[in-house]
Write a protein that binds this ligand. Sequence first.
Ligand code: 4NP
Length: 163
Amino acid sequence: MAASKPFEICFVCLGNICRSPLAEGVFQALIKEKGLENQIIIHSAGTGNWHVGSPPDARMKATARKKGVPLTSRAQQIQPGDIRRFDLILAMDQSNRDILEYMCSPEVAAKKIRLFRSFDPEANGDLDVPDPYYGRDDGFEHVFQIVHRTCPPLLDYVKSQME
Ligand code: 4NP
């Protein structure tokens, strides 16, 4: 019997060097812990192209490393073909989501694009993961806390979509 195609997820922020690489690393660690690495494939990308080819921001990497999460991605820019290919695209904020929606039909957007923080149990209506790039060092810790608590409920949603 042929194995079913893996479910492919892409986290998308602006530069693909802070928020989306962190979400990729934390979600990857979670699916590894749950033994789902062969069923779920994770990517990340940016809407912008300034950092293409670069590793994650050193401050984001250091914050993640302290929590035992290695970040190993290289920045890439999201392409329209990626939206066709991936099953679920998580926008880290509403401006990222708006750009993604321009890149596909309303039907595809409704089916595949979600705001990452719509799965955050503590969002309280604040649906953006704040961009830490130009802020203080504690902004990276804040982003880590948001991403860390949002990945388990996101995994529950992913599993419901795979059934
Ligand atoms: P990210 O953060 O979207 O979370 O990767 C940023 C990284 C770089 C820039 C902006 C945000 N930038 O303007 O270069």
